[in-house]
Ligand binder design. Structure first.
Ligand code: FDA
Length: 504
């Protein structure tokens, strides 16, 4: 039984997975990565790998018949979405009853679709969220390692001050400052130097052609160009794409056996395979890793898993909102899709908020200022296994986001008051709605560090089974999460390779 044997298997190819695979490969451990999405390196009929944001096609979405853009409407009209054929596209929106979660699908996971904002969390908040982790070691060793391997870089400030492409951000900065709020530049994995050359017309446009959530054709250093390229470069790592792990069980000799479904990009089942391994790393993301372990616990294939699996989930306090500017404050027909500034009010004792100033690259003047607010919301959700649907269901109610909405409202009420402006109510679907509280970009938790696992991501109840991704972080980190996920994975895998892998 057990099919093909490999010493180590990594499920997924997002941040936690990519770190684990690189370090395993560098330690000489033959490692197989299994990714349910496709490899994004072949141009489609239009000559591009990814379809753009303004005219999305089937490449944009994970098995949908219509795209489900976060800003689906304008003047309450559904202008952004398109009917498409179901396909293994790059962005998925997983719709639970009262919360929808956006995730990336493909080699690179979320790095293919995200805004690239690479933020190291405030140390005091990191210590509050993960008190059992040695913060000194994180901030002196693993955060720097993550930032340099991810190739995080900073915008040239003099260019920022004069380019049309960031006039939307300068307008928002001035209005924040009118309310006594300060902004900060946000580092990114998008190559800012490439963006300047886009502005000069020297290279094909990507950030300056409204590309981001359905993939960037140029400019962004996604994981396939950083960690995963390095992992493949060790010669020890292989990646199988369009391979979805369905079940995990432990065999008598302690090794793990996985059932894996291989499909084509149109969703047709090609094969059901068995793969077995000694060391199993789950990097399928907060939704994916939690679902795999819940299914294993509830169907009895890994019966000793902790009752903590499924707990401690949160959307990182994500709330999207937009303001309407006066006619004399246009936000510009030219907008880079990569954010460059954040409003930093995290030290506010009542309602801490870090709000990124987001672009709305519609190609026409909208007079809208858009924000993704990251707030501190103590509410947590729980994943439960739905046996009939054989999937994880999220117990999270809309009203659990009330503290997050209140915090965002308190910040943007101040900005509106100082500038005599109002909210936009037409951008988030058919309802009259100023705060998008029903979707998130930053799912965190489900297999929380020190609860469902030990302090290094070793899954409680099982040997040689690890969680490496955003599911370890208990629901909130106060900034965009991928740098934290990467650094934590670096810390954990270093210990695991030394203690569990190379000595066994
Ligand atoms: P991630 O989700 O990256 O990877 C999981 C991978 O596992 C995916 O490739 C998935 O297909 C695969 N998988 C899942 N289940 C599987 C199974 N059963 N078998 C095989 N494969 C499976 N963060 C940030 O710091 N800065 C930012 O600017 C943004 N912006 C942003 C925008 C948008 C639109 C989104 C959707 C997200 C962001 N984020 C972000 C969030 C960031 O992308 C996210 O936190 C990380 O990608 C999470 O990394 P993980 O390693 O946890 O999993």
């Amino acid at each position: 039984s057990g099919g093909t044997f490999v010493p180590a298997v990594v499920v997924g190819t997002g941040y936690g997975a990519a770190v684990s695979a690189l370090r395993l490969g560098a330690a000489g451990v033959p490692t197989l990565m299994l990714e349910m999405g496709r490899l994004w390196n072949q141009p489609g009929p239009d000559g591009n790998v990814f379809s753009g944001m303004l005219k999305p096609d089937k490449r944009s979405s994970w098995f949908k018949t219509r795209t489900e853009a976060p800003l689906g409407s304008f003047m309450w009209l559904d202008l952004a979405n398109r009917d498409i054929e179901p396909y293994a596209g790059v962005l998925d929106r997983v719709n639970f009853d009262q919360m929808s979660v956006y995730v990336g699908r493909g080699v690179g996971g979320g790095s293919l679709v995200n805004g690239g904002m690479a933020v190291t969390p405030r140390r005091s908040y990191f210590e509050e969220v993960l008190p059992q982790v040695d913060a000194e070691e994180m901030y002196s060793k693993y955060f720097p390692r993550a930032n340099s391997t991810l190739r995080v870089n900073n915008i040239d400030k003099s260019w920022f001050e004069q380019t049309d492409w960031y006039s939307f951000a300068r307008v928002s900065r001035r209005q924040a400052s009118n309310a006594g709020l300060s902004t900060t530049f946000v580092p990114n994995v998008y190559d800012w130097d490439y963006m300047r050359r886009e502005a000069n017309g020297a290279v094909p446009k990507s950030a300056l052609a409204a590309e981001v959530i359905y993939g960037n054709n140029h400019g962004k250093v996604s994981l396939d160009k950083s960690y995963l390229a390095a992992a493949l470069g060790t010669g020890k790592v292989t990646i199988e794409t369009l391979h979805e792990v369905r079940t995990i069980r432990q065999q008598n000799d302690g090794t793990y056996a996985l059932t894996v479904e291989q499909r084509d990009a149109d969703g047709k089942l090609l094969a059901t395979k068995e793969v077995s391994c000694r060391h199993l790393f789950l990097g399928a993301g907060s939704l994916g890793s939690t679902e795999l372990l819940l299914r294993a616990r509830e169907t009895g294939t890994l019966p000793n898993l902790s009752p903590e699996i499924g707990g401690g989930w949160g959307p990182n306090g994500n709330i999207m909102t937009a303001r309407a500017n006066h006619m004399w404050n246009p936000t510009g027909t030219k907008q880079s899709s990569i954010p460059a500034l954040g409003i930093d009010d995290w030290d506010n004792p009542d309602t801490p908020v870090f709000a990124e100033i987001a672009p709305l690259p519609a190609g026409v003047e909208t007079w809208a200022s858009l924000y993704l607010a990251i707030t501190k919301n103590p509410e947590r959700g729980t994943f439960v296994y739905d046996a009939a649907k054989d999937r994880a269901d999220l117990r999270w109610t809309r009203d659990q986001n009330a503290p997050a909405v209140a915090a965002a409202k308190s910040l943007f009420d101040r900005i509106n008051k100082a500038n005599a402006t109002v909210y936009r109510y037409d951008l988030f679907g058919k309802q009259i709605k100023a705060f998008a509280d029903d979707f998130c970009y930053h799912p965190l938790g489900g297999c929380v560090l020190g609860k469902a696992t030990d302090n290094y991501g070793r899954v409680a109840g099982y040997k040689n089974l690890y969680v490496t991704d955003g599911s370890l972080v208990p629901g909130s980190i106060g900034v965009n999460p991928f740098v934290t996920i990467t650094a934590l994975a670096e810390r954990n895998v270093e210990r695991i390779i030394k203690q569990d892998v190379t000595d066994s």
